[in-house]
Design a protein around this ligand. Structure first.
Ligand code: BT5
Length: 324
């Protein structure tokens, strides 16, 4: 986007809910009042609701539920995450775009957002449904120096980021179901897909894909998932701006990722456990080779699930679908 527009947005972020005079903006940014007027009009067409009062100045009064770079950056408090935003009306999958960006050298923290995904995917090539204009489909590019076996921990880290972002922005109490689902009242509100590049020793990048049902109503879900899926709107009973949720996730991700790089997975594990569902209860894990019924004991310091079967044997699960 235009750096001037971003500077203007930053002024509004720094002076929350206040009128800012044209003169002040003009002095701060060293541009003319006419130029400001032009930029304000551009921001308006991008969905930012601005009031202009003669001799007083400009104020941002609200936003449409949009997720353009402008919407994401207005009020964003991160240093790096979400500072580069690629927004599309329609993509096959935001993961694919993020892939291409990685090969073009995109910086860590770069995000890809789309209103519509025609080939949104889950794990094992399963389909992910993105409610057009009402959901979040986001891919975040990370470039940690870690061995490939550590990468699944970033799925758990992202799950903690989403769960705490939802807790901060709403009155809801989300839970995490190992490894990659966020549930509200036992229904899936978010799925996470982590994909990586690199060689067998060291990763060069990880793309964390996050799909969240935000403003869909019950009857907007396809029949095959309607009984298992929910949205933030359904649970909260009112609409929420998607940009607010994206911003909160970016903030949480940036914090948790810094902790992870410095101290490893253990502090993230503790947070993860505070959101975990069905620890201590009986669950069924279906791996590629077998189905194990047992008590979920917790996760290891590497992020694998520990399951104790009826004979008391403890299984370490690296990858599975869990039913509760
Ligand atoms: C996931 O896979 O839950 C990971 C979903 C990741 C989606 C994001 S969106 C941004 C980025 N771009 C992509 O293309 N993907 C990522 P998994 O655990 O395999 O669950 C997939 C299953 O969830 C499907 O088989 C359906 O049963 C169910 N499902 C599909 N869409 C859903 C939705 N909108 N809400 C709840 N459940 C859904």
């Amino acid at each position: 986007g235009s750096p001037v527009k971003e500077q203007i947005l930053k002024l509004f972020t720094d002076n929350k809910d206040e009128f800012i005079s044209g003169e002040y903006i003009s002095k701060q940014l060293g541009i003319s009042r006419t130029a400001i007027w032009k930029y304000m009009n551009e921001l308006k067409t991008e969905g930012i609701d601005i009031v202009a009062v003669r001799k007083v100045g400009y104020k941002i009064v609200g936003k449409l539920d949009k997720i353009t770079p402008t919407d994401i950056k207005l009020g964003l408090e991160t240093k790096q995450f979400g500072r580069n935003v690629f927004f599309y009306e329609e993509v096959e999958s935001t993961q694919n775009i993020a892939n291409e960006l990685v090969f073009k050298g995109a910086e860590e923290g770069t995000i890809v957002l789309a209103e519509r995904q025609v080939k949104g995917r889950g794990r094992l090539q399963r389909n992910w449904v993105t409610g057009e204009g009402k959901a979040i489909a986001m891919s975040i590019i990370l470039k940690p120096s870690i061995p490939p076996k550590v990468a699944p921990q970033l799925t758990l880290l992202a799950a903690v980021a989403v769960a705490s972002a939802i807790s901060k922005v709403t009155n809801l109490k989300p839970n995490i179901k190992w490894p990659n689902d966020i549930l509200i009242n036992n229904k899936k509100v978010c799925g996470i897909l982590t994909e990586m590049h690199g060689d067998s020793d060291l990763i060069s990048s990880v793309i964390v894909g996050i799909g969240i049902n935000v403003n869909q109503e019950k009857d907007e879900f396809p029949n095959d998932i309607i009984s298992r899926a929910t949205s933030i709107r359904i649970e909260e009973g009112k609409k929420i701006l998607r940009s607010k949720i994206v911003q909160a996730i970016l903030m949480e991700m940036e914090k948790l990722y810094a902790i992870f790089l410095e101290k490893g997975f253990v502090p993230i594990k503790l947070l993860w456990e505070s959101y975990a569902i069905s620890l201590g209860r009986e669950i069924t894990a279906t791996t590629y080779s077998e189905t194990i019924v047992g008590k979920a004991l917790g996760i290891t310091e590497e992020g694998q699930l520990l399951l104790q079967d009826e004979e008391g044997k403890i299984h370490t699960i690296y990858s599975a679908d869990i039913s509760i």
